[in-house]
Design a protein around this ligand. Structure first.
Ligand code: TYM
Length: 371
């Protein structure tokens, strides 16, 4: 079975779950899909295979889909302001080039919907420092920092606020986000338990083990990551053909020259086969049969050619969108307004549940009692 077909099957399976939820007598929360991505530079094949390709499929199945460019998350570590504003536009162009359609999905900039930061505060008040300090991503990112920014510590609470602001039920992400989604589930449960039913308990959607964790080309025990200082560890959607060819050529494999798919014992070459399978639409088995007789060194050229052909039309579209910055601003502005409308309703409800609303009759009652 091709990997693309596997993704489709998974998504069909998920859609069945959605439709059975929908056909239950009175679904408490309508299906809503939410996800986010940081504007921290060009997206890589991990982001694309693990998250964005899933978003496009869900969008094309007409799911209620909300996607956020999470700029507030991207300032948790030191950053350059000029680079950030450029990255926001580039990411918008890239998501459109990858197939996100602003007429079908809401695409917006997180910092322009202030409800996220406000809900983050409310959820922060029911989070504990011990729980947040326990999260692996926090441990990893703070490991070599002398002075740890508070934002880095609170990051997962903001992520929970992103999700809960929209009462999202499904979160398509890569495997590295699972612990953050679990924290979000816990916070939703705590809030519901203390203040009354308010939030659905969202579920993460992960395509498959290969795509949920695309591996670093330099160290297959790690995930492909934007923050890896070694640029040869990843393939970015905007990489030139010679960079793609060089990085794949330098990918760490092992001492066996045959091309076989064995993610546990041969993670390096299996990672290349997974990427190849995705971009070519061929199954892992077909690929292994096809390349029988050639060694991993030569196979890398085959993978590089397939990746270069796959990203070329996406790169052309990115260039096209970046030539029309006015259009990109327009897409975000429209998305910001739509997102704010939804998130503000949730925030109002949260304020009411927390006892922070003093208006209308309630206010008159309170004033009457006070005098
Ligand atoms: P970010 O920007 O690091 O990554 C965006 C998406 O890409 C996935 N991903 C991968 N998938 C497979 N293999 C990889 N090597 C790989 N690297 C990254 C990520 O899992 C993610 O789905 N905290 C989030 C952004 C966020 C968010 C949210 C996500 C903020 N609020 C609410 C979902 C819901 C992040 O830093 O993603």
């Amino acid at each position: 079975m091709t990997i693309l077909r596997r993704i489709s099957r998974q998504i069909v399976k998920n859609s069945r779950k959605y439709s059975s939820e929908k056909s239950s007598p009175e679904p408490k929360y309508p299906t809503r899909v939410f996800s986010g991505i940081q504007p921290t530079g060009s997206i890589h094949l991990g982001n694309y295979l693990g998250a964005i390709s899933q978003w496009v499929q869900l969008q094309n199945q007409n799911k209620d889909l909300i996607l956020s460019i999470v700029d507030l998350h991207s300032i948790t570590l030191p950053h350059e302001p000029k680079k950030l504003s450029r990255n926001i536009l580039e990411l918008t162009a890239t998501l459109l080039a990858c197939g996100i359609d602003p007429n079908k999905a809401i695409l917006f900039q997180q910092s322009k919907v202030s409800a996220h930061a406000e809900l983050c505060w409310c959820l922060g008040c029911i989070s504990t420092m011990a729980r947040l300090a326990h999260l692996p991503q926090y441990k990893e990112k703070s490991e070599n920092l002398k002075n740890i920014p508070l934002g880095l510590f609170v990051y997962p609470v903001l992520q929970a606020a992103d999700i809960l602001s929209y009462k999202a039920t499904h979160i398509p992400v890569g495997e590295d986000q699972v612990q953050q989604i679990q924290l979000c589930q816990e916070l939703a449960r705590i809030f519901n338990g203390r203040f009354g039913e308010t939030f659905p308990i969202p579920r993460s959607l992960i395509t498959s083990s290969e795509y949920g964790r695309v591996r670093s080309l330099r160290d297959p025990s790690k995930k492909m990551s934007k923050s890896d200082p070694d640029e040869k560890s990843r393939i970015c959607m905007t990489d030139m053909p010679d960079t793609i060819a060089r990085n794949i050529k330098k990918a760490v494999t092992d001492f066996t020259s045959e091309v076989t798919f064995d993610p546990v014992n041969r993670p390096g070459v299996s990672n290349l086969i997974s990427i190849h399978s995705f971009v070519s639409g061929k199954s892992v088995n077909d690929i292994c049969q096809e390349v029988q007789g050639i060694d991993t060194g030569k196979y890398k050229f085959v993978v590089a050619d397939a990746v270069i052909s796959y990203v070329k039309p996406i790169q052309e579209k990115i260039g096209h969108y970046l030539n029309d910055v006015g259009y990109l601003y327009g897409v975000l502005e429209e998305g910001n307004a739509k997102a704010a409308q939804i998130a503000n309703v949730t925030l109002k409800e949260v304020h009411e549940k927390l006892g922070m609303t003093v208006e209308g009759r309630k206010r008159d009652d309170i004033v009457a009692k006070c005098v």
